[in-house]
Design a binder for this molecule. Sequence first.
Ligand code: PPE
Length: 309
Amino acid sequence: MAFEGCRKIWMNGEFVDFEKATVHVLSHVLHYGSGVFEGMRCYDNAKLGPVAFRLSDHTRRLFNSAKVLRMEIPYTEAEIDAAILETLRVNELASAYIRPLVYRGMASLGVDPTPCPVDVMIAAWSWGAYLGPEALAEGVDVRISSWTRMAPNTFPAMVKSVANYLNSQLIRMEANADGYTEGIGLDVNGFVCEGSGENLFIVYKGVLITPVLGNSVLEGITRDCIITLAREMGLEVREQPVPREMLYMADEVFFTGSAAEVTPIRSIDRIPVGKGRAGDVALELQKRFFDIVEGRAEDRFGWLTPVRG
Ligand code: PPE
């Protein structure tokens, strides 16, 4: 089943059996999308055992997202970090995807969320390659979506809010219905943003380029990892507006995300990217990423938190 290995879910400070981890149908979040969430991974590291990847950075982003939505999380960041680690231990997971969600629960309806409680849940389960088993090695075929990403000052793209994912669902369903693995969203001015659940990088004239924050993208934590690893490799990295046509001219294009990790893109709108296969820079960055998380290389940037202390 989906949610393999998910036996107990942390809900407002207590572990609840999978079957009993439910919410009321009149919860505010179900009606108005009033929630913020995170997605992160735990890796089975050969040297350190299970490790949570960039734990405090994800928790920080969760609190920042909640702040914009005027939601006061009734726990400290340290308490949420500890609860995530405890969820991994209780479920005895060595490698897992972790989903913390902060949402407006049940008290009243009407658009104003403030009478409703701020509830928190954390679940973890085994989740393999996000875009399919071959995606990481072979690359994926994608299209430019006919749906535009959120315009500035409408839905806050830097906030990982539940409501933003209506746009993501439209992009993903359209791509899949047309036989593509994923879609790429453009912003209201036609500049490249990101996938439905991934940031985007391109290699163009030897430079690694990614859309700038402000072009309606999430400030991805994997994005930050890839920028860090690329600079360490001596690659020039630029955050800049990316015109659509640069995608077709690029030597390489790839996605990054907690779920997608580093996934090469081999074609866009049936036009081959570069040589029409996973690119060398993408595969090198992917290797360096997995070497750290799986323990073949040192945790030289302090990205790993051992689950068992
Ligand atoms: N952009 C979007 C829109 C996005 O959803 C994600 C993560 C990213 C960029 C990459 O961010 P980061 O994970 O911090 O590197 N998407 C999450 C949800 C995927 C899902 O299907 O749910 C994820 O990867 O966990």
